[in-house]
Design a protein around this ligand. Sequence first.
Ligand code: SF4
Length: 141
Amino acid sequence: MVLLVSACLMGLPTRYDGTPAMADLRALARKHTLVPVCPEQLGGLPTPRPPCEIMCGRVRTREGQDVTEAFALGASRALDVCRLCGCGAAVLKLRSPSCGKGKVYDGTFTGTLVPGDGVTAALLLSQGIPVYGEDEAALLD
Ligand code: SF4
């Protein structure tokens, strides 16, 4: 299968602070073709960039700058890549306001998690694309 994967999980330094997240996806790579994407970069945001969180359906930096449109653009472009490459599923970084599935930070920048999906994860799920968190990658082995 072709899998869309959060670029930071593949060691690319795309996170807000310019570091990679890294996950051991070697077993996954032996069986599948991995396509790295960073929705926040695809949305035009720089790296490094301020950390962002979701609150009341909007994405904001700690200073209150509303970056929802950039996140939505990045999600749309990630979906385009997903379709162009024929991805059958996505493996995404947990807790990210773009890539997180199931839990995201609550917008208070206090490290508090609440149920919810990142903007890209939500869009992919809405289009019927299965999304796995990085801790679920073994399910695709
Ligand atoms: Fe990683 Fe997704 Fe954040 Fe990009 S947007 S750095 S791929 S978690």
